[in-house]
Write a protein that binds this ligand. Structure first.
Ligand code: GLU
Length: 305
């Protein structure tokens, strides 16, 4: 039987969630629940993991009043799945080993005909002898996609048609672990996720991911990239910006309902619980501009009713 469609939240357990993360999680939950979808929780723990962060993140999301279906999925427990996808791309002749260091990539000029900021393709044409020499030097090899296009188009529910860069994205990192862009595509398809709601800082990565999905014969989900919460200087909110986590807010005397209320307010609603917000939620009227966390620690409302 076909699994019911699903949305998801996919936190990286690198620290506590701040108000911007909590707002994105709330939005992902609202998008899924308001459209009758399941809502899945996936911990993206292939990168920096801070001990205890996963437990605190999940506890904060639950405390806020968000619920999810089924067990929490962890990427570190699904390495075979990513390995199989990489094998399929390799069998299609679509991969190559890359020995470049981060610094070398930054220093190299972009490919003459490639878009700015893309991997210049230094290792694309290495010979077997070149590769043997680099390996003998002890250089770790990442595995890259041999992309045959430089741009790909996706449709986003908030941003409309978005055309963006596709380059020879890393599939397997130099340390042998799968890269984020590959893992996210494999997971979303495997978990029957057909609605991806996440911060709009990830919009530029989306054409790469949709292209990868197409190469793997996987359906691309619908995307909704939602505005972020910024600090007073207009940068993406971070932990150093003050009292930005649920624990920080409660230490200042806020209740969980106060926090949900502030998040709701920043989205143009008045609600003290996610369940109450769900009854009013309409993605069509979502603010398109980011919200700001000001010096007083308050989310500046985009339009509090
Ligand atoms: N793990 C990513 C993050 O926390 C999100 C990836 C995604 O939603 O696709 O930024």
């Amino acid at each position: 039987m076909a699994e019911r469609a699903a949305g998801r939240y996919a936190p990286s357990p690198s620290g506590d969630l701040h108000l911007g993360n909590l707002r994105t999680a709330l939005l992902a939950w609202l998008f899924a629940r308001s459209t009758g979808r399941r809502f899945l929780m996936r911990v993206e723990d292939l990168d920096r993991v801070r001990p205890g962060a996963e437990q605190r993140q999940l506890a904060d999301l639950a405390a806020l009043g968000l619920d999810w279906d089924g067990p929490v999925v962890r990427q570190s427990e699904r390495l075979d799945l990513y390995g199989h996808a990489i094998d399929r791309l390799r069998a299609q002749g679509r991969t190559y080993e890359c020995f470049c260091t981060r610094r070398e990539i930054q220093q190299a000029a972009s490919a003459p005909h490639g878009p700015m900021g893309s991997y210049p393709g230094t290792c694309r044409t290495l010979t077997t002898a070149d590769r043997a020499r680099l390996r003998a030097e002890g250089r770790p090899a990442a595995l890259r996609l041999r992309a045959d296009i430089t741009e790909y188009e996706i449709v986003d529910e908030l941003h409309g048609v978005y055309r963006g860069l596709v380059d020879d994205v890393v599939l397997r990192r130099g340390d042998g672990l799968p890269a984020y862009n590959l893992a996210v595509v494999v997971d979303d398809a495997d978990q029957h996720i057909d609605q991806v709601v996440r911060g709009d800082d990830l919009l530029p990565s989306t054409p790469r991911q949709a292209y990868l999905a197409a190469l793997l014969g996987l359906p691309a989900p619908r995307y909704a990239h939602v505005p972020l919460v910024l600090n007073a200087a207009g940068q993406r909110l971070a932990k150093r910006d003050g009292s930005v986590t649920l624990a920080d807010r409660t230490a200042l005397g806020d209740t969980v309902e106060d926090v949900v209320s502030a998040l709701s307010c920043s989205l143009g609603y008045s609600a003290r619980t996610p369940a109450h917000l769900l009854r009013q939620f309409d993605p069509a009227v979502l603010p398109r501009r980011p919200s700001t966390f000001d010096e007083n620690g308050l989310l500046q409302p985009d339009g509090c009713p």
